[in-house]
Design a protein around this ligand. Structure first.
Ligand SMILES: C[S@@+](CC[C@H](N)C(=O)[O-])C[C@H]1O[C@@H](n2cnc3c(N)ncnc32)[C@H](O)[C@@H]1O
Length: 303
């Protein structure tokens, strides 16, 4: 990894925004069950990012605790500051490596991860570490989004209207598809690309000696015009989506890895501005949906 400080490839804001709909308050009891968690347990979450799930689960297991661990120091600082600001006292965050967890054997009642294992080049070592720090009889759960990093998208009504609702609408969607295809086929150094089919999740836990494995799935959709989303939140989402898209395109312009020409990226940036103006003026929002899988089992007493 060299001496450079580790920085995760996705910005904190992107993770936070995309996880809001996945971790809705009404889903908490169901997800606690899927992850094998109950009040009073001390839980480790590996690859917690800027805190997209740790506090959410912690609120359901008090007086138990959640410790979030991540290799990205900025994520951990951000997560710590947010929890302090929100007054959540049974969650804490540490910088650490999934391959060498800084805890003694059998330290936790449960070790879990959400989209934190599938990104690793060596998931086996990480799950072995999770097993080591979990007490015998404790819960081991790994969860992954199964619909790809970007989920299922409905790219706004402008992508299906026959005629162009704003100049360049069709060109915008063609460009974005090309760019997405190029991103999907660009290898990212130091990041693995595990394919988390249900058999591979069962297989990994099963071969490492986890018993009573269960597999569950939950689906979610993030539509900012969902009536549960307040007007203020909607505007926040729209602004965040716009900033993120622009920033991602600008970053691609500076990236040596991309196979998209800078002319095409510049055109996409201009059309992004046009499109977001049109979306705002017409109160139109992009929708997104996805599914995640949770494989959960029990650490055997003999391990
Ligand atoms: C796809 S993000 C998921 C973050 C969070 N769980 C979520 O779903 O919002 C993957 C996370 O794994 C972390 N990560 C990558 N390699 C790691 C390692 N070796 N040890 C600990 N964390 C790692 C990254 O910093 C990033 O926060």
């Amino acid at each position: 990894m060299g001496t450079d400080r580790f920085r995760w490839i996705q910005p904190a804001e992107l993770l936070e925004q995309s996880r809001l709909m996945r971790f809705r308050p009404e889903m908490r009891p169901i997800l606690l069950n899927y992850f094998g968690l109950a009040p009073g347990m001390d839980v480790l979450e590996v690859g917690c990012g800027p805190d997209t799930m740790a506090s959410y689960l912690a609120e359901g297991i008090a007086p138990g605790t959640v410790t979030g661990l991540d290799l990205d120091e900025e994520f951990i600082h951000r997560a710590t500051a947010k929890a302090k600001q929100r007054g959540i006292s049974n969650v804490s965050f540490v910088v650490g490596n999934a391959y060498h967890l800084p805890f003694g054997d059998s330290h936790f009642d449960a070790a879990i991860s959400y989209t934190g294992i599938g990104v690793l080049t060596d998931p086996v070592v990480a799950v072995q570490e999770m097993l080591r720090v979990c007490r015998p009889g404790g819960a081991i759960s790994i969860a992954e989004a199964v619909t790809g990093p970007r989920g299922i998208h409905f790219f706004g009504i402008d992508s299906v209207l026959g005629e162009e609702p704003f100049p360049g609408a069709q060109r915008y969607h063609e460009l974005m598809q090309d760019i997405q295809a190029a991103i999907n086929t660009t290898p990212i150094s130091d990041v693995g690309s595990q394919r988390w089919s249900p058999p591979s999740m069962f297989g990994l836990l099963g071969t490492l000696g986890v018993t009573r494995i269960r597999l569950n799935a939950w689906g979610y959709a993030s539509a900012p015009d969902d009536e549960r989303v307040s007007t203020a939140e909607r505007e926040q989402w729209r602004k965040a989506a716009y900033r993120l898209q622009r920033r991602s395109l600008e970053e691609l312009q500076n990236s040596y890895q991309t196979r998209i020409s800078n002319e095409k990226l510049a055109e996409a940036i201009t059309l992004t501005d046009t499109r977001f103006r049109w979306l705002r003026n017409n109160a139109v929002y992009d929708w997104e949906a996805g599914v995640s899988l949770v494989a959960s089992g029990i650490k055997q007493w003999s391990l």
